[in-house]
Design a protein. Structure first.
Length: 533
């Protein structure tokens, strides 16, 4: 055996062995402990259509994100106007377009415009009509800013949901944005769909608000709401009676602190009663803010509010340092764990609405697998029968390349962590057909060379050289199409593109190079003069 042929044989033998090693975890449920330490343990992951699960299409209420940003700006502007001693009669948001206010003194208009241009360049100041007690002014948010804010809200929601799902423990989730403000989520193998929906859709806007103890909550409920206050409720559940009660709290509307400073949230159990609670840890800035709030409001109550629901309102006994807090009255341990997940992952920038919810049962996925495998077996059997009958021994070599091609595709799926979907199975079947087509091109070219009187060795060399160019061009154009499909396609299309791409590369290796090594061994080393082809 020549040195070149020996090196090629060793390379392809190693490739086959490595591929088989990568496939062992997929086909073996029990692996020895030493295997995971030294050898690959990744399995071929099945998509939603093959193993069942849940698909959601969510719509992000991006308008709410814009309105929240405007409301935040209103509170900041109030502080700045007080600092600059600019008197105003009314200052309030105008939906999702801007801010309306009435300046009491005309001489403050220029100062106000300079202040807004310096600190709020995304707003255009427009003068309104003269009022009895002042001049109306409107701050209009630029449309480009609104569009960018809405896009950022969708992107942030996507990342937040992805972080929550990763911590929830779903294997190989598929999460991507669709047109406008929609998000597609596929969760293969999901078992607890209701819990996942609650986890994904929870806004998780955590706020700390002071309780207004100078006014009476009953008077506020009767319609005498103090300025700058609001009424929120705590849901108190009695496990003995099974009844729940809504407890009203009169709170300051102004948020003293939000949950954006949270760096960690962990579930812990109360040492006295064993009830779960969530322990919060703030970053340095959050710790300073929390210390300042608690230090200035000793003997007052600070409500912990999540998505407009009061969880607790403990009395501040002393200045709290160290950046620690806790959320109690949660309920079950699972609820506490899910709450910790959403707090660690961050709050959604805007509420989300479920537009479509689809559950795929594992039996349907199993049917898809069986039908796909049956199609591969039937198609493969017909191809094998044709190749052996029509080409004889050369057909057996092509069949070997076909089997090796399938092994390489499966090994690559496991090695790269790609997800196999039903369209992916179609891509494998198509690539197998193209592999056979490549061998047919080579064999027909060899036949032509033998018809004009060339020896078997000369016909094999010329046949492979000329056919390889055609096969390369064909595979390259198809590969470019597959790459474009992967780049611009959605989930099912990408699954098809992935397996087709891997199949094309494996096809070129097996149909051209591996079969060439076998023919060279038979013709050069064993000195065969004839072969059925």
């Amino acid at each position: 055996m020549s040195k070149k042929l020996a090196v090629q044989s060793v390379i392809y033998a190693v490739l086959i062995i490595v591929s088989l090693v990568y496939l062992v975890p997929t086909f073996s449920n029990k692996l020895p402990e030493w295997w995971s330490k030294f050898l690959p343990k990744e399995k071929i992951k099945l998509g939603l259509d093959l193993q069942g699960g849940m698909q959601l299409i969510l719509e992000v209420d991006t308008i709410k994100a814009v309105e929240a940003e405007i409301e935040t700006a209103v509170e900041d502007i109030k502080d700045e106007l007080r600092n600059e001693k600019i008197r105003y009669l009314d200052l309030k948001p105008n939906g999702s377009t801007g801010i309306d206010l009435i300046l009491i003194r005309d001489e403050d208009i220029t100062s106000f415009e300079n202040l807004m241009n310096a600190n709020y360049p995304d707003y255009a100041v427009e003068h309104g009509e003269k009022k009895e007690k002042g001049t109306a002014v409107r701050m209009v948010m630029q449309q480009s800013t609104i569009d960018n804010m809405m896009k950022m809200a969708t992107d942030q929601a996507l990342e937040t949901i992805r972080n929550r799902i990763d911590q929830f423990g779903v294997n190989e989730p598929y999460i991507t944005t669709q047109a406008d403000n929609r998000i597609l989520i596929q969760l293969p193998g999901l078992k607890d769909a209701d819990r996942a929906i609650k986890l994904i859709g929870k806004t998780a806007q955590l706020e700390f608000k002071l309780v207004d103890e100078a006014n009476n909550v009953d008077d506020a409920l009767a319609g005498n709401m103090p300025a700058g206050d609001e009424v929120l409720y705590e849901i108190s559940f009695d496990p003995q009676t099974g009844k729940s009660e809504k407890i009203p709290y009169l709170l300051k509307k102004r948020t003293s602190m939000t949950g954006k400073y949270i760096t960690d949230a962990r579930v812990k159990l109360d040492s006295q009663y064993g009830e779960p609670y969530v322990s919060l840890t703030f970053d340095r800035r959050g710790a300073r803010i929390f210390e300042k709030i608690t230090g200035e409001n000793i003997e007052k109550r600070l409500a912990i509010v999540l998505d407009d629901n009061v969880y607790s309102a403990p009395v501040i006994r002393d200045r709290i340092t160290g950046g620690k807090a806790m959320i109690e009255n949660i309920g079950s341990t699972d609820e506490a764990r899910d709450l910790a997940i959403v707090l660690r992952a961050g709050a959604l920038p805007a509420p989300v609405k479920i537009l479509e919810q689809r559950l795929v049962g594992p039996s349907l996925g199993q049917d898809s697998i069986e039908q796909g495998i049956n199609a591969m077996i039937l198609g493969g059997a017909l191809v094998i029968l044709f190749m052996i009958v029509y080409y004889g021994l050369s057909g057996l070599i092509a069949v070997f390349a076909l089997v090796l091609n399938t092994i390489l595709i499966a090994a690559c799926l496991a090695a790269f962590g790609a997800t196999l979907t039903l369209p992916g199975l179609a891509g494998i079947i198509l690539s197998i057909g193209m592999a056979v087509d490549a061998n047919v091109l080579i064999y027909e070219r060899i036949r032509e060379e033998m018809r004009i009187g060339k020896t078997l060795r000369g016909a094999v060399e010329t046949g492979y050289e000329r056919a390889t160019i055609t096969i390369f061009d064909s595979n390259l154009t198809t590969l470019i199409t597959a790459v474009i499909l992967f780049q611009f396609g959605t989930g099912p299309v990408k699954g098809f593109a992935v397996t087709l791409t891997i199949g094309l590369i494996a096809n070129f290796i097996t149909a051209v190079y591996v079969t060439r090594v076998i023919f060279d061994y038979l013709v050069i080393n064993l000195n065969w003069k004839k072969i059925s082809i």
